[in-house]
Ligand binder design. Structure first.
Ligand code: SF4
Length: 276
């Protein structure tokens, strides 16, 4: 039985490792659906970056991808997170709800991957809806097949990372297949679920014009996609790779230039996307 910890405030940039050594491997994690307990990296209280308005952002542990540009490799494993009850999160959410409501905000559940511990994510989102809060997840979409109707009905917004349009590049970037993400995007389009697509721009890895065009043309016809957000690669997570003794493939990669960022945003706009 895992030791129950406390929900402590922090930041996505905090290094958290080894908090729950007895946790299962994330690829073997069997969700009981009830989600009374889960593994959490940290939470931030005043983000204006992860959805509309002022947000509380909960970073869950567990991800099945291994992105070469990942800023938070300490969210990959459940064993690195703190094991807490959903009630702790919900109680904390209740104390912030008046401020979040007054600033047109809500909660965003990020990761890691928000759908590894789907039951836990669902339970918190359902409680947030009861509080009248706007709800969002950030996801790669790789586990989109797990998102059942009741789960989706608790969500106001999906922030979907489409890391590449080319299966080979996607595998090179993430170690996984692209198809599940595209299938999830199509399903969200079919049900008209609001989506913000996020694309991480990494020079020499994802910046190929054909790669960008592929995403732009896939997304442009989707009326539910409110924004395409181009996120410039940065090196703020490099220290985590180093501290965790991981081989960081992008050690010498520079952030994209303003000219490259403009080119990519313009590519999305030229295809008919609302991009920023
Ligand atoms: S999906 Fe996100 S958390 Fe997972 S490896 Fe990629 S960037 Fe990191």
């Amino acid at each position: 039985m895992a030791q129950l910890g406390k929900l402590a405030p922090g930041s996505r940039h905090d290094l958290r490792v080894g908090m729950s050594p007895d946790a299962p491997d994330e690829s073997d994690f069997r969700d009981d659906g009830a989600g009374a307990f889960g593994y959490v990296h940290s939470y931030e209280t005043s983000s204006r970056y992860d959805g509309p308005g002022l947000r509380i952002v909960l970073f869950l542990s567990g991800c099945l991808l291994r992105c070469s540009y990942c800023h938070n490799p300490d969210t990959w494993h459940l064993k690195d997170g703190t094991y807490i009850s959903a009630e702790q999160v919900i109680d904390r959410l209740k104390s912030f709800a008046p401020a979040l409501l007054s600033l047109d905000g809500g909660i965003t559940i990020s990761g890691g991957e928000s759908m590894v511990q789907l039951g836990f994510t669902h339970r918190i989102l359902a409680a947030a809806k009861k509080l009248g809060l706007h709800t969002a997840i950030q996801t790669s979409g790789f586990l989109g097949h797990r998102a059942h109707e009741k789960f989706l009905s608790c969500l106001d917004l999906v922030m979907l990372d489409i890391k590449s349009s080319d299966p080979e590049t996607y595998r090179k970037v993430t170690g996984r297949d692209l198809a599940p993400t595209l299938r999830f995007a199509e399903r969200l389009a079919e049900i008209g679920k609001p989506v913000w697509v996020r694309f991480t721009l990494v020079p020499g890895l994802t910046d190929d014009p054909a790669n960008v065009d592929g995403i732009a043309k896939f997304v442009a016809p989707m009326k539910n996609v409110e924004w395409v957000e181009v996120q410039p690669f940065h090196q703020m997570g490099a220290f985590k790779w180093n501290a965790m003794k991981l081989d960081y493939p992008l050690l010498n990669t520079q952030p994209p230039s303003p000219e490259l960022i403009s080119r990519v945003i313009e590519q999305f706009r030229a295809a008919g996307c609302r991009a920023r």
